[in-house]
Design a protein. Structure first.
Lengths: 136, 271
């Protein structure tokens, strides 16, 4: 269950991004998780609910994209799809391959809502909208 | 140690580093930003820092991973004895990772070797921050080979770079020869596979070392597979030779990297 550790890292990144972009809250985080990454999407979703609590991403959704495994054969030069337990070349059966895709574990995009204070220098005086007012 | 190199990041979960960001595209109050950073960016940053420590102090660091009970600590005990009898006289130390107890570190210290026990509580793996904390207790200048005995677990430890130079994965004969197929992420990360408790192979009758190796190759991993038994010291010879060769390779200035698979970075290069 290292997914919780991964989600805690993710929340750290989301908090830093929110701070950098003066976001009031994070609405969506899109991550890409390959089958060879060692992370399980359903466990990531459960862990995210725990990790987001009380943070700027407290109401954020986590969207998980998965990817195929693609290997490049060093023997015959062909590219093919593979499975986690059989990474051999589909064309020649050789095992000397380079895994080009399938081990990704990447934060791709983040959507957030900005505080009105971020829009204009004097907007601090106006009433903030949205959920949090931690920046004020 | 870190007072001299100026590092400040120490404990487990640091802040992010190395992000690539494009400008935010604002849509009124809603905005989206492309990030493209590894979920393990903070750990990877700490691991790179650990690796720099090892380089400066000229210490080879190997990460032992396996399921619980495969014989990691027993292997270390006999390895310490075997290295002590070699002409190279390599000096070793051990970082032990377990959920609880100092038992394993006490076994290593009984051999006269420095050992630091990390107790992770409920955490299922070591991360680079925990290892960094342990480094503060060790005199790396007096260590040629540092063994990190990871938490017994064939899943989670594979994802965390500790800054080490090689992954050694133990597969004990009693576990079955299809373990590499069952735990592909872990066995893909192996730089060396040791079939432990190999003296039991003739007694068990159903463990085929060739089958274990064949499962490993199907994961496109060219790592050597050696058989070892702590009860048969002669079986340790190739393992000790592998360690000495790694140490020599490192001394010659080769930048050794383990096959840790984190955040889309593939170190994996078969054959």
């Amino acid at each position: 269950m290292h997914e919780l550790a991964l989600c805690q890292e993710l929340i750290c990144q989301l908090e830093a991004l929110a701070n950098q972009h003066r976001a009031e809250r994070v609405d969506l985080a899109v991550v890409l998780v390959g089958p060879l990454s060692g992370a399980e999407p359903s466990l990531l979703q459960s862990a995210f609910i725990i990790a987001r609590s009380g943070t700027v991403a407290g109401t954020a959704r986590l969207e998980i994209e998965t990817a195929a495994i693609r290997v490049l054969c060093k023997s015959c030069g062909s590219r093919s799809e593979a499975t986690p337990t059989n990474l051999t070349c589909r064309d020649c059966g050789g095992w000397k391959v380079v895994v080009e895709e399938g081990h990704e574990m990447i934060l791709k995009t983040v959507e957030f809502t900005r505080a009105t204070a971020a829009m204009a220098p004097d907007a601090r005086l106006s009433e903030p909208i949205g959920l949090g007012d931690q920046d004020v | 140690m870190c007072d001299t190199c100026g590092c400040a990041v120490t404990t487990g979960h640091g802040r992010i580093n190395g992000q690539k960001r494009n400008g935010a595209q604002s849509e009124g109050e809603r905005a989206s930003v492309e990030v493209l950073s590894s979920l393990l960016a903070a750990n990877d940053h700490q691991a790179a820092h650990n690796r720099e420590h090892f380089r400066r102090h000229d210490t080879l660091t190997v990460n032992l991973m396996s399921s619980p009970g495969s014989g990691k600590t027993s292997l270390l005990e006999v390895t310490i004895d075997a290295l002590a009898s070699q002409s190279s006289q390599l000096r070793v130390a051990v970082i032990e990772g377990d959920l609880e107890t100092e038992n394993d570190a006490a076994r290593i210290r009984a051999k006269g070797v420095p050992a630091v026990q990390i107790t992770t509580g409920n955490a299922c793996h070591l991360d680079a921050g925990m290892v960094h904390d342990a480094l503060h207790v060790l005199d790396l200048d007096a260590i040629d080979i540092l063994f990190i005995e990871n938490v017994g677990n064939l899943v989670c430890p594979a994802s965390f770079d500790l800054g080490h130079h090689a992954n050694i994965i133990l597969l004990s004969a009693t576990e079955g020869d299809d373990k590499p197929a069952k735990y592909p992420v872990m066995f893909r990360a192996a730089d060396l596979v040791l079939i432990s408790k190999a003296d039991l192979i003739p007694i068990l009758g159903d463990f085929d070392p060739k089958m274990a190796e064949s499962h490993l190759r199907r994961l496109a991993n060219a790592a050597p597979v050696l058989q070892v038994s702590t009860r048969q010291p002669e079986t340790l010879v190739p393992w000790i030779a592998w360690l000495e060769e790694m140490r020599q390779t490192q001394r010659e200035g080769t930048d050794l990297r383990s096959r840790v698979l984190t955040g889309g970075t593939a170190f994996h290069q078969a054959g």
